[in-house]
Design a protein. Structure first.
Length: 219
């Protein structure tokens, strides 16, 4: 049975299944998979990343001298905006070297999560989707509601701009693109296109991402 030993604690396959976490030498591997679950639980049949699990893990990793860097594997359809942005801010605030690798999708609030690291990679077939803020449930038809929508969207755009080389005007243009998504506004970027839009640093696979973060931890 696969297991990982650290500080007298055995982290076996059940631990990896629950938290998507293991150590590769001094590199902490964390996964951001499925839907970003927020203050309400998603269906039991839905793969999700629970932010209340990941937040204390990030704090623990920041305080752990044995951890030299963090590699995030990202394959998310998005989810709760508030909790996703909280996770992104936590990742951006980590003092140790961080690298993200988009291996499937990084949609919606997954975009801030992918760009929050010191360096980002995307595999050639992976996608990023940028679209305006959506809200489900009861919506009050008042100017204040639309003002709140805009405020939330501005927070997301501001975070992206602070953590990658893309410009605010271009991100908003991609968000409001009416020609690509059949039932929504927005833009789908595949692999190299995300690099060309300056959201992701480079195209690469797991070997390249691991090599990069190991070099960062040596410096």
């Amino acid at each position: 049975m696969l297991s990982f030993e650290r500080e007298g604690v055995c982290m076996g396959t059940d631990y990896i299944k629950e938290y998507g976490k293991c150590q590769l030498g001094g590199i902490q591997l964390l996964s951001i998979i499925g839907e970003i679950e927020g203050h309400e639980c998603v269906s039991e049949n839905t793969k999700s990343t629970k932010y209340e699990h990941l937040l204390p893990i990030l704090a623990s990793v920041e305080d752990d001298e044995a951890v030299k860097g963090i590699l995030f594997l990202v394959n998310t359809v998005g989810g709760d905006v508030s909790c996703g942005l909280a996770l992104a801010e936590m990742i951006a605030g980590i003092s140790k070297p961080t690298v993200s690798l988009i291996i499937g999708d990084s949609h919606s609030i997954g975009v801030p999560l992918a760009v929050a690291t010191d360096h980002s990679f995307i595999v050639p077939s992976a996608t990023m989707i940028i679209h305006p803020v959506r809200m489900s449930g009861m919506v009050i038809g008042a100017p204040q509601t639309y003002g709140q929508f805009q405020q939330i969207q501005d927070r997301i755009v501001d975070f992206i701009v602070r953590n990658c080389e893309a410009k605010k005007e271009r991100i908003e243009e991609l968000m409001m693109n009416p020609s690509m998504l059949s039932k929504d506004l927005g833009t789908v970027l595949v692999g190299q296109e995300a690099v060309e839009e300056k959201l992701v640093n480079e195209v690469g696979t797991i070997s390249k991402a691991l090599e990069y973060i190991k070099n960062l931890t040596k410096s």
